[in-house]
Design a protein. Structure first.
Length: 275
């Protein structure tokens, strides 16, 4: 299919996703089998397990009716059905070499990219995705960008590699994840009517945004920081990744905070959007 016929939002997501997974493959090709066994920032997962998980999700999107094994060992880091679902692909490939898993991932990425280029649905069209449930195509595909970008960072961190904090995938992740702040600010943080927050994210891919609680008690997204926020928080894009993804190492993040310290603490405690 000619990608010019794709909805622009769908095509932008495809390009961002492809950038991220291609970077992951490039990094992976430089790794030794010993490196693949390093612990990742995802509890319980080694570096090769990150790739196994990505394979499982992308293959499920290629063939949703393909029956998955129902059994996985119970682990401390499996907290819910979604975590159990994610563990299946890791469990299946636990004894395989990292290089073999990477080769499978490269093949799956090629198939998924071809499939994505044939996407005829609109971003607001709903679909069912096990085990999440019903969601829009646009949000489902954004989650693929987010997942792929986050695991690229997870791969980089134990290897001491920086990068991909200011690319197309990162920009898509920052933009959409930021829009989830108002709901968190209103529902989980106990913010009161009139309270506002300014977030300043520094470093590669730097961005600013905010939220305010309106007169109906609902959070509203602000495309720029409020002039006199109730609380302001500043951190780097790397620290933002650790907090928004709930990764190991987030307890070492020390953002700059001005204003209501109590409210800032509640924001940071509820920052993660991962299951």
């Amino acid at each position: 299919m000619d990608t010019s016929l794709l909805h622009p939002q769908i095509e932008a997501l495809r390009v961002g996703w492809l950038e991220s997974v291609s970077s992951t493959i490039e990094i992976g090709r430089s790794l030794s089998e010993e490196s693949w066994l390093l612990s990742s920032p995802c509890p319980g997962w080694r570096l090769k397990d990150l790739i196994s998980h990505l394979i499982g999700i992308e293959k499920h999107l290629l063939d949703p009716v393909d029956e998955l094994p129902s059994f996985v060992e119970e682990k401390d880091w499996i907290k819910n059905d979604f975590g159990r679902f994610n563990e299946v692909a890791v469990y299946e490939r636990r004894e395989r070499l990292g290089s073999e898993i990477l080769a499978e991932f490269a093949e799956v990425v090629e198939r998924r990219n071809a499939d994505w280029r044939e996407e005829v649905r609109q971003p607001d069209e709903e679909t069912f995705f096990e085990p999440v449930g019903t969601l829009t195509i646009g949000f489902l595909l954004w989650r693929r960008v987010f997942d792929s970008w986050a695991h690229n960072q997870d791969l980089r961190m134990p290897l001491g590699l920086t990068g991909d904090l200011d690319g197309k995938a990162a920009a898509l992740v920052y933009r959409q994840a930021s829009k989830l702040l108002p709901m968190t600010f209103a529902k989980k943080c106990g913010a009161s009517i009139g309270d506002s927050i300014a977030l300043s994210i520094t470093g590669p891919g730097a961005f600013n945004y905010g939220a305010i609680i309106n007169e109906q008690g609902r959070g509203e997204f602000l495309v720029s920081s409020p002039q006199t926020p109730t609380v302001s928080i500043e951190m780097s894009t790397h620290d933002w990744y650790l907090l928004i993804c709930g990764r190991d190492g987030r307890d070492q993040v020390t953002p700059l905070i001005h204003g209501d310290q109590d409210l800032a603490s509640r924001v940071l405690e509820n920052f993660a959007i991962t299951p």
